[in-house]
Design a protein around this ligand. Structure first.
Ligand code: HEM
Ligand code: HEM
Length: 169
């Protein structure tokens, strides 16, 4: 069957929904920071940690299951580009939760996972606050740009009637 295995497919779409939630909450909570939306902060962080656990599971599955081969007629440049974008997406899926966790700890805040307090892994450090803050915010935009390229790639193949969507559905 020319598809990713069922668990990889389910994780792909579940994580897409979780990322959409995290992005929307992230931008809204920062925009309305003056109103102290701490519940949104907490939901953003908890869901970010959840996604981190899921991405580790996803990477493990990626190495233990077989990915479907691309059809022979696919130009190798397209395959290389797709693989580069996928690789960068995995890097951003790891970078965003780690930088977010570091950002909270460096600001002197604990991270809780839906009410369960998690250990402080990074020491509070005012000197690093702006760097990590910028890294998390810029990372969010880089991630969004990669997602735009990823979706454009899928649409590109779809309009040329080269079915890639069915590999992940
Ligand atoms: C998993 C993927 C994550 C994504 C895609 C993400 C995305 C974002 C976005 C888009 C913002 C708003 C940036 C801005 O407008 O400046 C933001 C802010 C923030 N995120 Fe995340 N985030 C993630 C995970 C986390 C995690 C795991 C934590 C903490 C445990 C976290 C902590 C924060 C904090 C504290 C802010 C507010 C920064 C500020 O006050 O300027 N994030 N995040
Ligand atoms: C947060 C959003 C998303 C993330 C993080 C993401 C990430 C990824 C990654 C890393 C892969 C490579 C899988 C692998 O080889 O291990 C992949 C494959 C795929 N994604 Fe997404 N994706 C997202 C959203 C979407 C959306 C919205 C679509 C549909 C338009 C889509 C369609 C696909 C398809 C069809 C594949 C298989 C591509 C192929 O076999 O070359 N993804 N995705």
């Amino acid at each position: 069957m020319n598809k990713y295995c069922g668990s990889v497919r389910i994780l792909h779409w579940v994580m897409m929904v979780l990322f959409a939630m995290i992005f929307v909450i992230g931008f809204v909570m920062v925009e309305f920071k003056d109103t102290k939306p701490w519940k949104l902060f907490s939901l953003h962080k908890s869901t970010g940690v959840l996604v981190f656990i899921l991405v580790l599971l996803r990477i493990m599955l990626r190495f233990t299951t077989t990915a479907p081969l691309y059809p022979n007629h696919f130009p190798s440049i397209n395959i290389i580009l797709a693989k580069i974008v996928h690789g960068l997406l995995y890097i951003m899926m790891l970078f965003m939760p780690i930088s977010g966790y570091a950002l909270s700890n460096i600001h002197g805040f604990e991270v809780s996972f839906y009410g369960l307090t998690l250990p402080t892994l990074f020491p509070a450090n005012p000197e690093w606050e702006t760097y990590i803050d910028d890294a998390h915010s810029c990372g969010a935009w880089i991630f969004l740009a990669l997602l735009a390229i990823h979706i454009a790639g899928v649409v590109f193949h779809h309009v040329r009637e080269e079915d890639v969507l069915s590999r992940m559905t």
